[in-house]
Design a protein around this ligand. Structure first.
Ligand SMILES: [Zn+2]
Length: 208
């Protein structure tokens, strides 16, 4: 009778790692790498968020399309600007202006060409044309947004307490159309000691 040693049917399983071995490989090698990767992503977004919030407290520069640009056509808008709904504003305003002015957004720091503009002239609200700041009250705050130490007049702006993001800030709105402009801080230069940190995208500059 012929006898032969048969090869076990599932011989290859001998070479396959067990579930426990796979788990340990994952825990020792892959998990630290994945953790490091996600931590870096979290830190990146955290830094970006903090910079956006705090900078409306210290900066200069922006990607704006409205330097020396023509005012937005307001001829067909209701004369009572404060009664215009956001859905109507959305149709009238460019997306970047709408986002800041009506949704209280913040433009990217150092993105506005008005941030380092020191020509003589007047800064108007890009939404309604209300005169807001004179060029001789603009200063380089280094915070990334156009900064001024005084508005054109008391009625140019209105002020509101802003407790968003767990911070105590003073929001600045246009005195005429109530669009969000930026924030007010008390670390400005003389004579006022104030710093109006304004999003460049909601400003229109007219050179003298
Ligand atoms: Zn306005």
């Amino acid at each position: 009778m012929k006898t032969s040693k048969a090869v076990p049917r599932n011989w290859y399983r001998f070479f396959l790692p067990s579930l426990t071995q796979i788990y340990h490989l994952f825990r020792i090698f892959l998990l630290p790498l994945l953790t490091k990767f996600f931590m870096r992503i979290l830190i990146f977004f955290f830094v970006i968020s903090v910079q956006s919030l705090c900078c409306q407290s210290n900066n200069q520069n922006s990607t704006v399309t409205n330097i020396n640009s023509k005012p937005i056509n307001m001829s067909n808008l209701d004369s009572n600007l404060q009664k215009i709904s956001n859905s109507e504003w959305k149709k009238k305003l460019p997306a970047d202006v709408y986002y800041v002015a009506r949704e209280k957004g913040t433009e990217r720091p150092y993105s506005s060409p008005l941030e380092d503009n020191y020509d003589s002239g007047t800064y108007y609200c890009a939404v309604c044309g209300n005169p807001l700041f004179k060029s001789n009250t603009k200063f380089n705050s280094g915070c990334g947004w156009p900064s001024f130490f005084e508005p054109v007049s008391k009625s140019s702006l209105i002020y509101k307490p802003d407790h968003s993001f767990g911070m105590n800030r003073t929001e600045v709105e246009c005195g005429k159309c109530h669009s969000h402009l930026g924030h007010l801080f008390d670390d400005g230069p003389p004579p006022t000691g104030l710093r109006y940190c304004i999003n460049g995208v909601v400003l229109r500059f007219d050179k003298q």
